[in-house]
Design a protein around this ligand. Sequence first.
Ligand code: GTP
Ligand code: MG
Length: 198
Amino acid sequence: MEVQTAEFIISNSDVNKCPVGNIPEYAFIGRSNVGKSSLINMLTGRRKLAMTSATPGKTLLINHFLINRKWYLVDLPGYGYAQRGKQQQKEIKKIIEDYILEREQMTNLFVLIDIRLEPQKIDVEFIEWLGENGVPFSIIFTKADKISSSARQGNVKRFLDTLREQWEELPPYFISSSVSRDGREEILSFIDQINKSL
Ligand code: GTP
Ligand code: MG
């Protein structure tokens, strides 16, 4: 699928103020700094569409980007950034949870996992929470350029094995890099397939 247009529409902290209408949307979630905003830029081919930073905690709001005037990519704040104050952590958690549980237009949630790390409790628990709430999701392993291809395979297998302890069926998953652009075609055609099935 070609990305012809990518437009920033709105940022806000309240799911009730997100764009109205029935345009399907695809949201990106994961720990702070995992590469959500970078991936949105990589997929759209617009280097500065979503704001990124080497410091965790950059994205603090729900950001809607309209693609090809037909569907949205949604950049969400990250979870699990301990340096945030208690109050801000609580606020961010509420923004994320309200969006995920209440946003009916959200067709698929991409959960981003840093491919370099062994399975992190916070990610595994978050995915369990999605299951308990019946949220449609898939997984994107990020930063594939940072490790060798054998380490990639080993880490992906370890993560999937961990999920298998809780899940009978595994979600779709992708391996990506915002630097090498690995995974771009696969992720865009996955979105395209869902769009066509709606
Ligand atoms: P928050 O908005 O803070 O939750 O973070 P985020 O998940 O949006 O991460 P962001 O895209 O801002 O990226 C965090 C850092 O990781 C930046 O310094 C990026 O340049 C870097 N980064 C993101 N994706 C990749 C990747 O695929 N490869 C490499 N090498 N670096 C990446
Ligand atoms: Mg971000």
